[in-house]
Design a protein around this ligand. Structure first.
Ligand code: SF4
Length: 285
């Protein structure tokens, strides 16, 4: 209840993003976090309206730039729990470059991508995860492009926690989000979050028929090769769960010498007189 924002989501009834929002709210409540300890950052898109519906610090930033802004925020105050939210177009298309670099830096962020395999806010164009042959407003004869595999990209780029959830399986998603937040390092969760208005291929029934939890298959997330193999499976079976986790690798903020000594930058004295600080603030306003 503490994390419910004052503004109600304006998503279409049935949108998968409702399930993701509820799951994040439940996960942080179950972890005992408080609103002032959390920052949510997003880019642009239906799902990127997330910070407006969540009671914590929030930033709704530029298209594809959420991870860059979140990296800056985490470096300024690494005591904050920083959760980055957005969609597949925002994160894997416009922000694809930032995605790779956040993964390789292993900065301690939780990145939740509401993957609906289409651009919803702009009313239904192909996204980087749309399947080949999919008919959309921008591909009336069917997509001629191969989709990207976001899990493989983040595993290969160096992410230390890589998972996939389904917004129709809230209990499972809550557990994945809790583990991701508790993980030290870059944690990426790709979530199937159906767009009920524009994607008529990848629907709730489509996923319900196919999704299998890795936990029920005895998958070992420390096994890099098995994680890659499972991430490539797409057909009658599609896996959700924790694909890969590597523990013990230092995070960016732990390795950064300036941050390692003296605590968060946000709490340090500026080293300016009151007069100088006032002038600086005036220039910024
Ligand atoms: Fe959700 Fe699609 Fe509606 Fe956007 S257009 S709110 S993604 S159902």
């Amino acid at each position: 209840k503490d994390f419910k924002g004052k503004v109600n989501p304006d998503w279409c009834p049935g949108c998968g993003d409702f399930g993701v929002l509820n799951s994040v709210q439940r996960a942080v409540a179950e972890l005992g976090l408080r609103p002032h300890e959390i920052l949510t950052v997003s880019g642009i898109g239906c799902s990127s309206n997330f910070p407006g519906f969540f009671n914590a610090y929030g930033m709704h930033t530029l298209h594809g730039r959420a991870l860059a802004v979140a990296t800056g925020a985490k470096l300024a105050n690494h005591e904050l729990t920083v959760i980055v939210t957005g969609g597949d177009g925002d994160g894997y298309g416009i922000g694809g470059n930032h995605f790779m670099h956040a993964a390789r830096r292993n900065i301690d962020l939780t990145y939740i991508v509401m993957n609906n395999q289409i651009y919803g806010l702009t009313t239904g164009q192909l996204s980087p995860t749309s399947r080949e042959g999919m008919k959309t407003k921008s591909s009336p004869f069917g997509s001629v492009e191969l989709p990207i595999n976001p899990l493989l990209i983040s595993i290969m780029a160096g992410a230390t926690f890589v998972a996939r959830g389904f917004s129709g399986d809230g209990k499972h998603l809550v557990e994945l989000i809790k583990q991701a937040i508790q993980h030290r390092g870059f944690a990426h969760i790709d979530v199937f979050s159906p767009c009920v208005t524009f994607n008529h291929d990848n629907t709730y029934p489509f996923f319900r028929e196919r999704v299998k939890r890795l936990e029920d298959e005895g998958h070992d997330p420390s096994d890099w090769k098995a994680a890659c193999e499972k991430a490539m499976v797409w057909g009658d079976t599609i896996y959700t769960g924790l694909f890969f986790r590597s523990e013990g690798r230092a995070t960016l903020e732990e390795k950064e010498p300036v941050l390692a000594q003296g605590g968060p930058l946000a709490y340090r004295p500026l080293g300016l007189s009151q007069e100088q600080a006032q002038k600086l603030l005036q220039r910024m306003m």
